[in-house]
Ligand binder design. Structure first.
Ligand SMILES: NC(=O)c1ccc[n+]([C@@H]2O[C@H](COP(=O)([O-])OP(=O)(O)OC[C@H]3O[C@@H](n4cnc5c(N)ncnc54)[C@H](OP(=O)(O)O)[C@@H]3O)[C@@H](O)[C@H]2O)c1
Length: 261
């Protein structure tokens, strides 16, 4: 299947690392003009160095938890490329570990502000432009913790569930306007966070790190972590004209790990 993003402009939040960076590389290769953002200028500089055809990439420092940063991100995108066809809401902090008595109110508010309100901030501004052409794609990167709660993914799980609900209601709202909105939930993807998770699992079960890793891998039907490119492939499909009758849905890219219907 050939995906062609020529003449398309995509904003990818958290595009300096992991899944966002893999997606940015793939979109640029398919002809898109791509805007990436993240909080660290250093991470952005490294990312631009890694992307071929970097003349088609605009990197903007932006914390999606700060309204004025997000306003600046979209103003600069429109000033440079003139429109927004695709938004990939992907930027999020990792939040594995603390239990309910270890998460204070400030931490809850910070977590909700970053992923949930952050996705809403970006969506509002992207939709404003997409409505002008009655066309657009928004992909919300979620995570299995939304459907499969875990006591140690306390802030992340409920926020993911909220993003799924948001995806469905926005898809209903904007379908008649030609704006298609979908969710994609990665399973365990090798972007460097799993060491922390496996450490917790080892500690909790009183086993070694390598045994925790073995147990974890054995719980994945495909018996391995996914890589960011495998998620980027599915994001590209959802953002392309090949998915023209898909909106409000969630696609799992998890090696079969999530066992429920
Ligand atoms: N990897 C997995 O196994 C997995 C599983 C389920 C769901 N997910 C979801 O997939 C998405 C990407 O995860 P990943 O593993 O690729 O993460 P990652 O490798 O840590 O990359 C996260 C990216 O987001 C940026 N970022 C973080 N907070 C930000 C903020 N407030 N504003 C702007 N940029 C911000 C980071 O750059 P800076 O640090 O420079 O800001 C970085 O570019 C997230 O939504 C995550 O919840 C991942």
């Amino acid at each position: 299947m050939h995906i062609n993003f020529s003449d398309q402009v995509a904003v990818i939040t958290g595009g300096s690392k992991g899944i966002g960076l893999a997606t940015a590389k793939q979109f640029v290769q398919s002809g898109a003009k791509v805007v990436i953002c993240s909080r660290s200028q250093n991470n952005l500089d490294n990312a631009v160095n890694e992307i071929e055809l970097s003349q088609n990439v605009l990197a903007i420092q932006c914390d999606i938890g700060i309204s004025s940063d997000v306003d600046n991100l979209f103003e600069k995108t429109l000033a440079t490329f003139g429109k927004i066809d695709i938004l990939i809401n992907n930027a999020a902090p990792t939040s594995w570990g603390p239990l309910i008595n270890e998460v204070d109110e400030a931490a809850w508010l910070e977590a909700v502000n970053a992923k949930f309100i952050g996705y809403i901030r970006c969506t509002k501004l992207a939709v404003e432009d997409m409505l002008l052409r009655k066309s657009g794609r928004i992909i919300n990167i979620v995570g299995m913790g939304g459907r499969g709660p875990n006591k140690r993914y306390l802030t992340g799980g409920p926020i993911n569930a909220a993003v799924l609900s948001l995806t469905k209601s926005l898809a209903n709202n904007y379908g008649p306007d030609g704006i298609l909105i979908a969710a994609l939930s990665p399973g365990p993807i090798d972007t460097g966070h799993h060491e922390n998770i496996l450490n917790w699992m080892a500690q909790e079960s009183g086993i070694s790190f390598s045994k925790a890793m073995e147990n974890f891998i054995n719980g994945i039907p495909l018996r391995r972590y996914g890589n960011p490119d495998e998620v980027a492939n599915a994001i590209a499909f959802l953002a392309s004209d090949k998915s023209s009758y898909i909106t409000g849905s969630e696609i799992l890219v998890d090696g079969g790990r999530f066992r429920s219907l």
